[in-house]
Design a binder for this molecule. Structure first.
Ligand SMILES: CC(C)(COP(=O)(O)OP(=O)(O)OC[C@H]1O[C@@H](n2cnc3c(N)ncnc32)[C@H](O)[C@@H]1OP(=O)(O)O)[C@@H](O)C(=O)NCCC(=O)NCCS
Length: 237
């Protein structure tokens, strides 16, 4: 089962304000933090670590009693995140992290599930016509132009977020052409997409076949999740 969580930063946290280092970092993370210069990046990176660690502690009984300092969230050379537990080595769960503003959204596919998960959070906002032309497939763009103007921004945000979630599950990120991933169908997208805060399915096509994906509104944001079988990254190259 995929587990997920969203954490909203508390503006009073001293580390969020940038006046102190948090107490939840592992030694390798403290080193990495020292190299992050931009306050926005430091904040989002920290919030992602905090959220991912609490998700692991809440999802895996063997990690429940660990100190957060014993859990390291690292990144593969391509950027995909993973856990290491001190004294035990790499944790086999699949992890995905997304941050936006004061929110971090993390999802985890358990060890042994053979699943790779991708998670994304996007703010509902207006994106330009050029954005759609550059990053969407012709079929996606057709859906967007056919959509009523009041719903269009939400649809563009949703399609974009689903693409990102799938590209994260494939461990590719935005290094590849986003038109390699095509959103085929979003269930439950209607004129009031923010009024139904529950997960709804979506279908997304890639070279490796169709993906199971889900989406849900979250206040002025949209959350998306995508799942693939591990190893599918290879089929998608
Ligand atoms: C992954 C990516 C699509 C996310 O972009 P975004 O919308 O700006 O940011 P989000 O907050 O939603 O996601 C960021 C998280 O995605 C994860 N991520 C980065 N690259 C990833 C990849 N190839 N596959 C899966 N997840 C990835 C990371 O956990 C990152 O958070 P962290 O750096 O704090 O650990 C984009 O950053 C990307 O394509 N990066 C790859 C290219 C790149 O810059 N690589 C740097 C190598 S270190």
């Amino acid at each position: 089962m995929i587990t997920w969580t969203v954490c909203t930063a508390d503006a009073r946290w001293p580390w969020w304000q940038g006046v102190a280092e948090p107490d939840f970092l592992a030694p390798a993370e403290r080193e990495k933090l020292a190299g992050l210069r931009f306050p926005k990046r430091r904040r989002e990176w920290l919030l992602g670590r905090r959220t991912a660690k609490s998700l692991l502690q809440g999802s895996d009984a063997a990690c429940e009693c660990l100190s957060p300092q014993d859990i390291t969230v690292g990144n593969e050379p391509g950027g995909a995140p993973y856990f290491t537990v001190s004294g035990r080595g790499r944790h086999p769960a699949s992890l995905s992290i997304s941050h936006r503003d004061a929110l971090a959204f993390c999802a985890l596919a358990p060890a042994g599930s053979q699943l790779s998960v991708g998670a994304d959070v996007e703010r509902l906002e207006t994106r330009s016509r050029g954005f759609v032309q550059d990053f969407f497939t012709a079929r996606e763009a057709e859906h967007v132009w056919a959509c009523s103007p009041e719903r269009r921004d939400a649809l563009v945000t949703l399609i974009w977020s689903l693409k990102e979630a799938v590209l994260k599950a494939l461990r590719l990120g935005l290094r590849v052409d986003t038109r390699r991933v095509e959103v085929l169908d979003v269930v439950g997208f209607d004129s009031t997409p923010c009024a139904a805060p529950r997960w709804q399915p979506a279908r997304v096509g890639t070279r490796a076949g169709e993906f199971a994906a889900w989406w849900r509104p979250y206040g002025g944001y949209v959350l998306t999740l995508a799942v693939t079988t591990r190893g599918n990254e290879e089929n998608d190259k």
